[in-house]
Design a protein around this ligand. Structure first.
Ligand code: TXA
Ligand code: MG
Length: 334
C-alpha cells in the first residue's frame, strides 16, 4: 500500500500550507494542487507536469465569497450560471486582479475560477485560507486521471500526498466559459453542456475554429490527451475496413458509445455505455483510453460520438488524442 495515498484531509491541508503539492479529487478529474498565492509552490506544478509556463492554471475556491478577498468579481451572467452549476464542472474566465500571481494566469489579464463539486475537496478548501491552483494531475499532454491510482502511476514520485476521493463522477474536465467578450464564449467543452448553459443565459459563442488551438486558452493544444498507440477518430466501420487493407494488418481495439464490430474480437471492443447514456460514456472515457492503450495492439479506433450534449466534449477529447488517419493508413484508392 502506498502511504502517500489516503483519505486524510487534514494531512492534505498541512502539505498545502507547507507549500507542497497534493493531488486532489474533483468530480471531473484529479487535480495537482498547490497554494495559488505561493509562486514557488505553483512553479513546482509546472515542473512536475512538465507544463509550459505560458499555459495558465484554474483557481479552485470553496464558494463565491472567496472572490472578494481576491478582488475578483463575477459578471451577472456568471453569477446566474454559478447559482445553477457551482459547485460543479464549470470554470469561469473573468478579468484577473493584482492579488492573483502572474504565474497562475501566465501573465494574461484573465483568471479561470472553479468551485469543484467533491465533498473531500470542498472540506479541504474550507480548511485553507488560500485558493488552490490545480491543473489536471497528469504529465502535460497525456490522458487526465480519473482515479487516485492513475495519479500515483504517473506522478506518484513527485507529489507529497494523493487525497483519494474515489472515481471521478463526471470523468471529463470542466467546461470553460469566458466572460471577457460581450457575448460569453465556451472555450472548452466539458462537464456542463452548451445546451444547459444557454438555457440559463441565452446564446453563447462556441470555441473558435472548433477543435483547433484556441489563442485565448493556450493550453488547449490540438494534440493533447495522447495515448501511446495511435488513435484514429471517425467512422469506425470505414476506418476498420481501411486498416484491413494495410499490410501488415494492425491489431485493433475499438472505443465506441455502444456499437459492435464483427471483424474485431469482442475482448478488443470497448463500449462506453451499452444503454447509450452519454454521461456514463464520459465518466468511463479516460480510464478506457488508458486500458485500451495498455493492450497488446497497434491501433485504437474510436467511433465519433453524437455531436450533442456531452458527446461534444467526448469528441473534443478524442479528437485531440487522435492522429490523422492519412498519416497511419494508406488511402483505400491507390
Ligand atoms: O475539470 C477541470 O477543469 C480540471 C480539474 C482539476 O479542476 N482542471 C483542468 O485543468 O482541466 P487544466 O490545467 O488541465 O486545464 C485548464 C485549461 C487549460 O487549457 C488552460 O489553458 C485554461 O484552462 N486556462 C486556465 N486559466 C486560463 C486563463 N487565465 N486564460 C485562458 N485559459 C485558461
Ligand atoms: Mg489538463
Amino acid at each position: 500500500m502506498n502511504e502517500k495515498v489516503g483519505t486524510d484531509i487534514k494531512r492534505a491541508a498541512s502539505h498545502l500550507k507547507a507549500g507542497e503539492l497534493v493531488a486532489i479529487p474533483t468530480e471531473t478529474v484529479y487535480g495537482l494542487a498547490a497554494n495559488a498565492l505561493d509562486e514557488v509552490a505553483v512553479t513546482r506544478i509546472f515542473e512536475v507536469k512538465n507544463r509550459p509556463q505560458f499555459n495558465p492554471l484554474i483557481l479552485h475556491i470553496a464558494n463565491l465569497a472567496q472572490l472578494e478577498k481576491l478582488d475578483l468579481r463575477f459578471p451577472a451572467k456568471a453569477l446566474a450560471l454559478a447559482e445553477k452549476f457551482s459547485p460543479g464542472p464549470l470554470t469561469y474566465l473573468i478579468p484577473t486582479s493584482s492579488k492573483v500571481p502572474g504565474i497562475v494566469t501566465a501573465g494574461t489579464p484573465a483568471v479561470a475560477i472553479r468551485i469543484p463539486n467533491h465533498p473531500m475537496t470542498l472540506q479541504l478548501l474550507n480548511l485553507l485560507d488560500f485558493p488552490l491552483a490545480a491543473p489536471s494531475a497528469n504529465p502535460s499532454g497525456l490522458v487526465s486521471p480519473t482515479k487516485a491510482s492513475h495519479v500515483s502511476e504517473q506522478l506518484g514520485d513527485q507529489v507529497n500526498y494523493i487525497l483519494d476521493g474515489g472515481e471521478c463522477q463526471i470523468g471529463l474536465e470542466s467546461t470553460i466559459i469566458s466572460f471577457l467578450e460581450p457575448i460569453p464564449r465556451i472555450l472548452r467543452y466539458g462537464g456542463i453542456t452548451t445546451e444547459a448553459i444557454e438555457a440559463v443565459i441565452g446564446p453563447v459563442n462556441l470555441p473558435e475554429g472548433g477543435f483547433v488551438d484556441n489563442p485565448v486558452a493556450p493550453g488547449m493544444l490540438a494534440r493533447h490527451y495522447a495515448t501511446n498507440h495511435p488513435l484514429l477518430l471517425g467512422n469506425a466501420d470505414s476506418l476498420i475496413a481501411q486498416a484491413h487493407q494495410t499490410d501488415p494488418i494492425p491489431r485493433i481495439v475499438t472505443i465506441s458509445l455502444n456499437q459492435t464490430y464483427k471483424e474485431i474480437p469482442t475482448a478488443y471492443q470497448f463500449q462506453l455505455s451499452p444503454s447509450a447514456d452519454l454521461s456514463e460514456a464520459a465518466r468511463r472515457l479516460f480510464a478506457t483510453m488508458r486500458l485500451a492503450d495498455e493492450m497488446d495492439i497497434d491501433l485504437i479506433i474510436a467511433q465519433e460520438f453524437p455531436d450533442r450534449g456531452l458527446g461534444r466534449a467526448i469528441n473534443d477529447r478524442l479528437k485531440r488524442a487522435s492522429t490523422e488517419a492519412g498519416q497511419f493508413l494508406k488511402p483505400l484508392t491507390q
